[in-house]
Design a protein around this ligand. Structure first.
Ligand code: ADP
Length: 466
């Protein structure tokens, strides 16, 4: 779930909660106030009525007539009874008495909510006693309609407020976070573009205030990019400088080894060992210089028409010397394909991939094919070697990465882990890509995809001119 959606939900829930609490608090407060006002009115009304009641010498209750003219509230219900509900001394009830049957059962003064039919009442029950002897009971009641109605209105208002409040809160948060978070999404998109383009010279643009949180985040990220760019530039320069510096001594060592052989100094085995190692180091220096140039943008690729079929045959015949006894290198399908690019560099891609296949599939088979699809040429190099472990596959195009370190370093063929990164860079800069499919124990297939020329794209099936 996005941060924006999470914030919207959180604030909406918060708003609903606050409104609910507010509604309940107002309702409780109002209820309490109205009840205590009703209770006060009932208490003073009961006092007024009691003042108009006397007990005759036979112990019978007599309600004076002026009760009708006294200052009682017009909507007050009054009931004066003797020992039972059948002994009614005074009643102005329009319904069957009593007002509150439960109140009648207690011996103390009570104030209670009661319900007569649909009429909600607040009823005060007062036992009437003469010299500690109860002679009757007075009940006065007032309608609770106002309380009930007001509670109903408050409930409706709270629900409506919650609905409106939640919609308003959700809209407000959703809209107000749009601008703030848009800057973050924009920064993320820019950061991804920089990563994909592998170009540390780019910076994330930000038009907002530099001292807000997002401005600070973007500025920190840009500073990191600057630092990384400086580090990479220094590293590249270092590699290029070291490469240049090593070239001359290596040529001198090789020349001297040759001279020693011609002069008959030193034994042949040692001289061959020296020459092998010098050749290896010369290749490493060449690869390092090529990568340094490529990454600094100084390597300019040619744009010639390259016949891939003849390039494949060329590379294969050059590598036949590496084939060991029992190993087979063969060509399967070959379409005639023309691409635009740098012939030497494309040949280097094929040399790196085919020599890897030969190197890692001793005693096995290496099969090459060249095919043309509607838009691309595909060169497939398949071997029946040991395969690449799945955990290494994502990294094999990285510089100096070797999947099986022990094998590559010690007994087996020696490599520096640069061949695939060079091949990747060259193909990538020709507008293509390299696929790899590998199964442990069954072999590895590298497929190089290169875009066809415009002419070839329009006529996918037509024959190429000889
Ligand atoms: P290296 O000089 O070590 O061959 P590469 O960049 O050419 O360097 O290859 C990187 C790693 O990928 C190699 O060390 C090897 O482990 C693995 N690899 C490349 N091609 C093959 C292959 N055809 N079969 C098995 N492993 C391979």
């Amino acid at each position: 779930m996005t941060l924006r959606a999470r914030l919207t939900i959180l604030y909406t829930i918060l708003m609903v909660g606050i409104l609910l609490l507010f509604g309940v608090a107002v309702s409780l407060f109002f209820n309490d106030r109205v009840r205590s006002q009703l209770d006060q009115e009932l208490a003073s009304a009961a006092t007024l009525v009691i003042e108009n009641i006397r007990v005759d010498p036979f112990g019978t209750l007599v309600v004076a007539d002026q009760i009708l003219t006294s200052e009682l509230p017009a909507n007050l219900y009054v009931l004066v009874i003797g020992h039972s509900i059948n002994e009614i001394y005074y009643s102005n009830l329009p319904f069957r008495p009593p007002l509150d049957p439960i109140g009648l059962r207690t011996l103390n003064t009570t104030v209670r909510d009661a319900q007569v039919g649909n009429l909600p009442l607040r009823v005060r029950t007062v036992p009437l006693a003469v010299s500690d002897r109860q002679v009757g009971t007075l009940q006065v009641g007032l309608s609770r309609d106002l309380v009930v109605d007001t509670q109903r209105i408050l409930f409706s208002l709270t629900v409506a407020g919650m609905l409106i409040g939640s919609v308003v809160a959700a809209l407000a948060v959703w809209l107000s976070t749009r601008q703030a978070l848009a800057a973050l999404s924009h920064a993320t998109a820019s950061a991804l573009t920089i990563t994909r383009a592998d170009d540390l010279s780019h910076r994330i643009p930000y038009g907002g205030p530099a001292d807000d949180e997002i401005g600070q985040l973007i500025s920190a990220f840009n500073q990191t990019l600057s630092r990384l760019e400086r580090l990479f530039t220094t590293q590249r320069r270092f590699v290029a400088d070291v490469g240049h510096e090593l070239r001359t001594p290596l040529t001198v060592i090789k020349g001297n080894a040759n001279l020693m052989r011609r002069m008959g100094c030193g034994d042949e085995e040692s001289l061959l060992g020296i020459e092998d190692e010098v050749d290896r180091l010369t290749r490493l220096v060449g690869d390092l210089l090529l990568l340094a140039q490529a990454e600094s943008g100084k390597l300019i690729l040619g744009r010639d028409a390259v016949e891939l079929d003849s390039l494949v045959l060329d590379a294969m015949s050059q590598l036949r010397v590496l084939i060991q006894p029992g190993q087979h290198l063969r060509l399967e399908d070959v379409d005639q394909v023309l691409v635009i690019g740098d012939r030497d560099k494309l040949k280097q891609v094929l040399l790196n991939l085919i020599s890897n296949a030969i190197k890692y599939a001793p005693g096995g088979e290496v099969i090459i094919s060249l095919q043309k699809t509607e838009t691309h040429a595909s060169i497939r190099i398949r071997d029946t070697g040991p395969g690449i472990p799945p955990e290494d596959l994502p990294f094999i195009f990285e510089r100096f990465y070797r999947a099986d370190k022990s094998r590559s370093r010690s007994h087996g063929p020696k490599g520096f882990g640069l061949g695939l990164s060079i091949a990747y860079w060259i193909v990538h800069n020709h507008g293509g890509w390299i696929d790899v499919d590998s199964q442990i124990g069954q072999g590895t297939t590298f497929t190089v995809w290169l875009p066809l020329t415009e002419k070839d794209r329009r006529q996918p099936d037509s024959e190429q001119p000889a």
